[in-house]
Unconditional design. Sequence first.
Lengths: 358, 177
Amino acid sequence: MIDPVISHPLGDFIREIIPIPEISFLINALISIIAICAVAIGTAPILIYMERKICAHIQCRLGPMRLGFHGTLQTIADVMKLLFKEVYAPKGADKFLFYLAPMISLTAPFLALTMIPFDHNLQVANLSVGIPFIIAVNGFGILGILIGGWASNNKYSLLGSLRSGAQMISYEISFALVLLFVVMVSGSANLMDITQSQSGTILDWWIFKIPVLGFIAFIMFFISSTAELNRAPFDIAEAEQELTGGYHTEYNGTAFAMFYLAEYINLVTTSSLATTCFLGGFYPPLIGIESIDTLLLKVPGFIWFAGKVFFMISAYMVVRWTFVRPRVDQLMDFEWKFLLPANLLLLALGATYIAIIG
Amino acid sequence: MFPLETVDIFFYIVSTIIIVTAILTVTAKNVLQSAIFLIFSFIGTAVFYLMLHAEFNAIAQVMIYAGGVVIFVVFTILLTSRLGETSLPIKIPRSFIAAVISLSLVFVMWRFLLPDASLIRTLPGANSDFASLESIAIRLLGIDANGFVIAFELISVLLLVTLICSITIARKSKENK
């Protein structure tokens, strides 16, 4: 069994006051689950509001303005609407798979979020196989989309899910290879160890620590994760103009909300992964000047982490509303003819760097 | 960490899930539903690996079988046309024979494996880092008598060749046009 790695003082406190190991384990597990759900479900409405506002301002309009101050209550109203809508499956749909698909695609981002170190003591599971675990559970996201598209009994949904399946399977290779690059240079697949290998000044983050290569790897991670997330410019899975909504055309109510939620939690997970692997995780951006560094160190780590995560998320959003969408064949050409060879080259160069400089 | 009784209860829960999903895999009328049940069965096996302190095997099981093989199976099923309109006809005599064969296999295992006293022990004596990522990696890349570095390098070169082959195939098909 995996030991319950709740290294947080809270976990020790509960282990202390409850002598029976099973019950204290269960309570600790429950606390972890609630914490992960709170982080994930709590950020989703904020992200939806953020996306609407960023989208609106890029397109020179105001976005939601009526409900609350600058439309802040709009997301809550939408969530209420989605929750109280009737959930029904279309005629001729495979009911079992139709309702199973959103649950499967919601599993992957939650599982990946358990591996992320939010602060020195804020990590649910400190596994030595953290990066392989994240790559492994990413497959469930693809599965949910494939099943959902097929079970809807709709040609648009099926086309969307097949496109997105092909896209995600292809880009998963580059995604995994970039993560492999990080594992190679940091010497560990444990996300806590990867973070701790970046302690020190801002130049010790993996994006800057290896000259040029780190930055190229970060850009490659950004591209392949945008494709993994099915976000524009790589959102051919749900291209409205061609597919009327893609794999979730037939979904409504709570089932649609689950797909939508999975998309945004995936955004959080991927941004956290980028923060952990390239942007120094929960370490503050120290610049080597004593007086400023003492001030920066006074801010707790999870605030730095959240700041970096939101920086990454806004980068994804700005990219989404700036670039045009490539065609399906251009997208696959880009992965198989450019990104994958470039990734292999990057791995070889990284290995050379380690062998020569250390 | 846990007393043995708790692990036992957990073992029975997981094995029940595995058996039920395995039976559903072969009895489901729809091929796609079979594939989904197969995934749950694979995940149950991964949980068994976790219970035996083999974390890396569990991750590999999920990554290769649930995340890789079954997704490709699902993908090929989706590409076949008219799925769901016609279900595979299962003939009664064939399923009867299959049931007889599997029940006799269960009987043989129960008859010959259960009396072996060394197998009845609930958990093997391996410590928690016996099959961790580090120890597996050190073992695979070891150059002493216990290492497998040549086999590992051969396999990794083979996998690299397949990756490069896929790139060349993708490149060629475009030039022909």
